[in-house]
Design a protein around this ligand. Structure first.
Ligand SMILES: [Zn+2]
Length: 561
């Protein structure tokens, strides 16, 4: 068995890893490179494998740097299933057409320019048709459900707590008598974050492929960043300025809405002041993603589910506005009132955020607040690095606004979070391969893991292939014990026991009720249980508050990270 690291090997984008056994070829993620021309040109490079030979793709989550080259794979002959979680499948229906739209638009612009120079036309990386074809191949799988990938491999998706639907994949690969277990982390989220559940810690693995985005950094706490954000908003609005927040349309924006909503409800001090400040979500993609979040409440954490059941709508508040059309978006620039604008893309390399930066960066009254990772080469990174003059949409802009970076909103585990995840492994794996990080992060994490756990660890540099055939692996018995995790089984038993009791009680009472032997009081009680069940189903299934908000078709909003 061999494992080839085909992407996210020198930066944080372009995630793609190939697992090859004698009979099978399985791809883990197929992401787009992002962050400046040099990286983006890598998208045009041929894959280091033959796409038509790939049997299936296991997709960790719906961020573009993990899924954005799937339509290209399909265009070049891949036709197998794409396995991912339910929520990821929902998000792909937004992300992939949006990516295709951007590809088509960018080529159109380039070709118009080529016409003027008398140069030949170029083709888009892929088209809307390729994206639609890709969506037909998507096979949603529930979290914690064991599924057969092929006759040699079985897998389970565990919650990664990074964005809605994100998964840490456990993959058991049988070869003859031996089974090797590979764990692919995708991107690992932060514990105790709003909306999402905590990243699941895996106890056993022979080989781990792990992200290292913040391998050398510690974040502020989420609570601290929220307090800071509120202070920035109050200060900026008081001096008559706007707060501009570049945000990833998928995930971060919904978390910001959630946090602002919680803050408004819990905080008397600023409530009246803040309620007068309008908040605009200016990204068609963020709008449709918010809808997907509201549809997938079953994977929220317990706290968020509780709010929903109590009748709160955690992804909504009165002064929240969605800018659907580009006219709505442009109108914001001529509106003099201080306001908060949340727009994509999060790294400012495309989308409506560019217009808002052009209109707000030059004025010292305004504040720009970064809430996510800014990759090398992006406009966001240049602003964050303190450049005093930047080029936005082809125009030179003097940077006068106040610039803030609130890392506590990051969707990625920091150094300690990553280490704590590794410590969840009860035995040393044969190797932990570190990908998805700049060199310095991967190397720092490699040293830290070795020092703290003694587990073998390798920072991956460049496209490389490793041979895993030497790994001893697990026996069949060990595999069964690993798949059937005792703790999980206990939880399932507890749940079943609870359901059994309720149903038994209902059936018994129903029997009595038919014969009119049941006291009215008891009947009311049963009726309440049934109504509660109905309410939970309805609330969880359709936690939609604002009327159906359909995105504009022209969603030019790259999402990344
Ligand atoms: Zn991600």
């Amino acid at each position: 068995m061999k494992l080839k690291f085909c992407g996210a090997v020198s930066s944080v984008t372009g995630s793609c890893h190939l697992l090859t056994t004698e009979q099978h070829k399985v791809l883990l993620d197929c992401g787009l490179y992002q962050g400046g021309k040099t990286l983006e040109q890598m998208n045009e490079e041929p894959f280091p494998f033959v796409p038509s030979e790939i049997e299936c793709v296991i997709l960790s989550h719906a961020h573009v740097d993990h899924c954005g080259r799937l339509p290209l794979l399909v265009k070049q002959g891949f036709s197998g299933p794409i396995y991912c979680t339910d929520a990821t499948a929902d998000l792909l229906h937004i992300m992939l057409p949006d990516c295709a739209h951007i590809q088509e638009k960018e080529t159109e612009w380039a070709n118009r320019k080529a016409d003027r120079l008398g140069k030949p036309h170029s083709e888009p990386l892929y088209t809307m048709e390729d994206a639609q074809e890709t969506l037909m191949l998507v096979q949603p799988i529930l979290y914690d459900q064991l599924f057969q990938v092929n006759d040699q491999m079985r897998a389970v998706f565990n919650d990664a707590g990074h964005i809605l639907g994100s998964a840490i994949t456990e993959l058991w690969i049988e070869e003859g008598e031996k089974t090797t277990k590979l764990v692919y982390t995708g991107d690992i989220g932060v514990e105790e974050r709003p909306i999402l559940r905590n990243p699941v810690k895996i106890k056993k693995a022979d080989v781990v492929v792990m992200e290292a985005t913040y391998g050398s950094r510690l974040h502020e706490s989420n609570e601290h960043s929220l307090q800071e954000l509120i202070q920035i908003i109050v200060k900026t609005v008081k001096r008559g300025g706007n707060v501009i927040i570049p945000s990833f349309a998928v995930g971060r924006t919904q978390e910001l809405i959630y946090e602002l909503n919680r803050f408004y409800e819990a905080n008397d001090e600023y409530r009246d002041f803040l309620k007068r400040v309008q908040v605009y979500i200016d990204s068609p993609m963020a709008i449709s993603t918010t809808q997907v979040f509201r549809r997938n409440a079953q994977v929220f954490d317990d706290e968020t589910k509780r709010y929903i059941l109590e009748g709160d709508t955690p992804l909504d508040f009165p002064n929240l506005n969605f800018s659907r059309t580009s006219q709505d978006s442009m109108a914001l620039n001529s509106d003099e009132k201080p306001k908060i604008i949340i727009a994509a893309s999060g790294m400012c390399d495309a989308g409506r955020i560019c217009h808002h930066l052009k209109h707000n960066l030059w004025n010292r009254k305004n504040s720009i607040v970064f809430v996510g990772y800014q990759a090398n080469g992006t406009l966001g990174r240049r602003i964050l690095d303190g450049e005093k003059e930047v080029s936005v949409l082809g125009e030179k802009i003097n940077v006068q606004a106040e610039i803030y970076n609130l890392e506590g909103f990051s969707g990625h585990a920091d150094r300690d979070g990553l280490l704590s995840w590794v410590k969840g492994l009860q035995k040393a794996p044969k190797n932990i391969f570190l990908v998805h990080g700049e060199d310095e992060s991967k190397e720092a994490l490699e040293a830290l893991i070795l020092e703290e756990t003694g587990y073998p660890c390798t920072a991956v540099h460049g496209v490389t292939e490793v041979d895993l055939s030497e790994i001893e692996g697990m026996t069949l018995e060990e595999v069964e014990r690993d798949i059937v995790d005792e703790e999980k089984i206990m939880q399932v038993r507890d749940k079943l026991y609870g359901i059994h009791e309720v149903i038994e009680d209902i059936l018994y009472s129903a029997n009595l009720a038919v014969g009119e032997q049941i006291p009215t009081e008891k009947l009311v009680q049963i009726s309440n249980v049934i109504m509660q069940l109905e309410k939970e189903t309805l609330n969880l299934g359709m936690a939609v508050t604002k009327e159906a908000i359909l995105p504009e078709k022209s969603g030019v909003a790259k999402d990344e990270e």
